[in-house]
Design a protein around this ligand. Structure first.
Ligand code: CIR
Length: 264
C-alpha cells in the first residue's frame, strides 16, 4: 500500500516565505480547491491520502515535503532552512512514527526535503540556501548503514534541488540543464524542460503516473512524447508561494509493501 501524507492549507498562507518571486495575492479558497484536485490525483495513482490539519500559524505547512525524508527503512525529520518553518516538523514526525523509525537533522545543520532526491540507493542532496553542508554530512551518516550513497549537488538560482530536477521514469529524469549542470545526472536518460518553461522541472512520479502542473504545456508535451502518463493539475495558487507538485506530499510504501522502493 502507498501512503501520501498531505497537509491542509494554512489560513496564514499569504505570509509564506518567498525567495525568488515577488509577493502576489493568493486566493486561499482557490488554493484549497486545487489542493483537493491534487489529492484526488494522488488517490488515483494508488495512494491512501492522509491529510494533516493545517498549522494555523505556519504559513508554509502545506509544503510538507520539506519537513521530512522518508526512506524504506527510516524517516528523517529535517530542520528547515527558514526558521519560520521549523515548527512544522513536530506534527509530521508524530504521524511518521506510525510508519518508520524516526531520526532527525540536528543543529547547526539545516535541510529542506525539497533538496533531497532519492533514486534507488542514491540520495542526491542539494546544497542550497536552505540546506547546508552540515546537513549533507548528517544525512550521509544517517543513511549509510542502510546502503545509501549521498551525493551533494550545488543549487543556485532556484529554491531547491527538486525545482531543477525530478525523476519521471525508470532511470529517467526531467531537468533544467541551464539551472543545473548535467554532472551528477549524467548516468540518467534526461528530458530537458522547454526553455520557455524554466520552472517546469518539478514532476511527481507515482507508479506509472506523473502528476504535473498544467502551467507548463510545452514541457508536458515533451513528457507525453516519451510515452509518460501525465496527469495535469492546476497548481497556480500554490505556485505563487513557490510551491510545486512534489512539495505537497510525502509518498511512501507502508504495510506489506514497506520493503518497496523509495518514491521521490
Ligand atoms: C518556502 O519558501 O519554503 C515555501 N514558500 C515554498 C516551499 C516549496 N517547497 C518545495 O518545493 N519543496
Amino acid at each position: 500500500m502507498l501512503v501520501a501524507i498531505t497537509r491542509d492549507i494554512s489560513p496564514a498562507l499569504a505570509d509564506c516565505e518567498l525567495t525568488h518571486l515577488t509577493r502576489r495575492p493568493i486566493d486561499v479558497e482557490r488554493a484549497r480547491t486545487q489542493h483537493r484536485d491534487y489529492e484526488r490525483l494522488l488517490a488515483e495513482a494508488g495512494c491512501r491520502v492522509e491529510r494533516l490539519t493545517a498549522g494555523a500559524d505556519m504559513p508554509d505547512s502545506v509544503f510538507i515535503e520539506d519537513a521530512a525524508v522518508v526512506l524504506d527503512e527510516i524517516a528523517i525529520i529535517t530542520r528547515p532552512g527558514a526558521a519560520s518553518r521549523r515548527p512544522e516538523t513536530a506534527a509530521v514526525a508524530a504521524r511518521l512514527r506510525g510508519y518508520r523509525d524516526v531520526r532527525s537533522i540536528e543543529p547547526p545543520a539545516t535541510m529542506d526535503g525539497g533538496d533531497v532526491l532519492v533514486v534507488g540507493k542514491r540520495v542526491f542532496v542539494g546544497c542550497s540556501r536552505r540546506t547546508n553542508l552540515e546537513a549533507i554530512a548528517e544525512m550521509r551518516a544517517l543513511v549509510a548503514p542502510y546502503g545509501y550513497e549521498v551525493e551533494s549537488v550545488d543549487v543556485s538560482g532556484v529554491l531547491h534541488l527538486k525545482s531543477a530536477v525530478t525523476v519521471v521514469g525508470d532511470n529517467l529524469v526531467l531537468m533544467n540543464p541551464s539551472l543545473l549542470p548535467v554532472g551528477s545526472f549524467a548516468d540518467f536518460d534526461r528530458i530537458a524542460v522547454d526553455p520557455a518553461e524554466p520552472l517546469g522541472a518539478n514532476a511527481l512520479r507515482i507508479g506509472g503516473q506523473v502528476i504535473y502542473p498544467n502551467s507548463f504545456p510545452r514541457t508536458r508535451e515533451r513528457l507525453e512524447r516519451r510515452g509518460l502518463d501525465v496527469r495535469a493539475v492546476d497548481a497556480g495558487e500554490l505556485q505563487k508561494a513557490e510551491g510545486a507538485v512534489t512539495c505537497c506530499s510525502l509518498v511512501f510504501a507502508a504495510g506489506s509493501d514497506a520493503g518497496g522502493r523509495a518514491l521521490k
